[in-house]
Design a protein around this ligand. Structure first.
Ligand SMILES: C[S@@+](CC[C@H](N)C(=O)[O-])C[C@H]1O[C@@H](n2cnc3c(N)ncnc32)[C@H](O)[C@@H]1O
Length: 311
């Protein structure tokens, strides 16, 4: 059973976080306690009563979380699938929504030595998870932000992932990859400008990581073009998008006339979240009729990147 004073401190912290508008107040209160105790949330019940220094630091951490500083900035790490990634101010915190895209990718059949590219890699989340699954793959992770690149390099240190600094909107980027890539994945900036965001996101995720222009498509469109050039025949593309832009993303992929089997997917919360497609074997001519795929409507579908739910 959790030590009495610790249990009381967690109760008080839960109330404070809930009053500050933190949706996952108890979970966060427990995770911060576990982090400071050097333990896991599941083992809180077994730890001995902590000392006064612990409670001083716990108060500080709860005060910071109540100011809506992201939990992951306070613990210095973010869970993503099987990974625990270093994160901090200046880099996008990987989201559970993106695990749906990861799961789709992990279920694909790729050659024994595949070439995989993760565009807009941020902390390296997708690239590192894919490299762990396909240890014989060449995995290239690209971002254009120096802070993101530092985190990606640090997270990828003991892996074979190649981290490159480049702007993915550059036409003809890395033309040496033309026709050689088996899988392109991307969770790019895609929130339409002006969206209403939770404070953790608006004040702590880098703007450059969030917004994809007025319609959310400013980075997705060049990524789809790049992927069309890099993928070998039958190579695969998976690109995440805002939950309001599934039809636009399907249309953007289809309009290149370079892909078939253009398919919209939902995330684990049931929201439209990413589109996949297969590079045609012989170019534009074979694409008649692939643009019709749309997801059926779901109620209250807005909400990615901690976007605020409508009241
Ligand atoms: C939404 S974050 C996603 C990070 C990571 N893929 C993940 O899922 O955690 C988008 C990332 O795209 C990067 N980015 C934005 N515009 C870019 C561009 N034109 N070229 C390369 N990277 C870009 C940002 O620096 C940021 O790291």
């Amino acid at each position: 059973m959790t030590a009495r004073r610790l249990r009381q401190a967690i109760e008080v912290a839960t109330v404070a976080l809930a009053e500050a508008g933190v949706a996952s107040a108890r979970v966060d209160a427990e995770l911060l306690a576990a982090h400071l105790a050097g333990s896991d949330r599941g083992r809180l019940a077994t730890i001995a009563e902590p000392d006064a220094e612990f409670f001083r630091r716990y108060d500080e951490a709860i005060t910071a979380r109540a100011r809506r500083i992201p939990l992951q900035h306070l613990t210095g790490s973010a869970a993503f699938g099987p990974l625990d990634l270093a994160v901090g101010p200046g880099v996008f915190i990987p989201r559970p929504e993106t695990e749906a895209l990861l799961e789709w990718a992990l279920a694909q059949r790729l050659p024994e030595h595949p070439v995989i590219v993760d565009l807009c890699t941020g902390s390296g989340a997708l690239a590192i998870a894919l490299a762990a699954h396909w240890p014989k793959a060449r995995v290239i992770a690209i971002d254009d932000d120096p802070v993101a690149l530092d985190y990606a390099r640090r997270n990828a240190e003991s892996t074979s992932v190649e981290v490159l600094g480049a702007d993915v909107t550059t036409p003809g980027l890395l033309s040496e990859l033309t026709g050689t890539v088996d899988l392109v994945v991307s969770n790019p900036p895609y929130i339409p400008l002006g969206a209403d965001l939770e404070p953790e996101v608006a004040e702590h995720d880098p703007e450059h990581a969030l917004f994809g222009g007025a319609d959310g498509m400013a980075v997705i469109a060049p990524i789809v073009e790049l992927a069309g050039g890099w993928l070998r025949p039958s190579g695969l593309l998976a690109v995440e998008h805002d939950d309001t832009t599934s039809p636009q993303t399907v249309e953007t992929v289809t309009a290149t006339k370079l892909f078939e089997t253009v398919t919209p997917h939902r995330d684990l919360a049931g929201r439209p979240r990413f589109v996949t497609a297969r590079r045609t074997a012989d170019g534009p001519a074979r694409l008649a009729g692939v643009g019709a795929a749309v997801l059926p409507e779901t109620a209250g579908s807005r909400g990615r990147h901690n976007t605020k739910e409508p009241a």
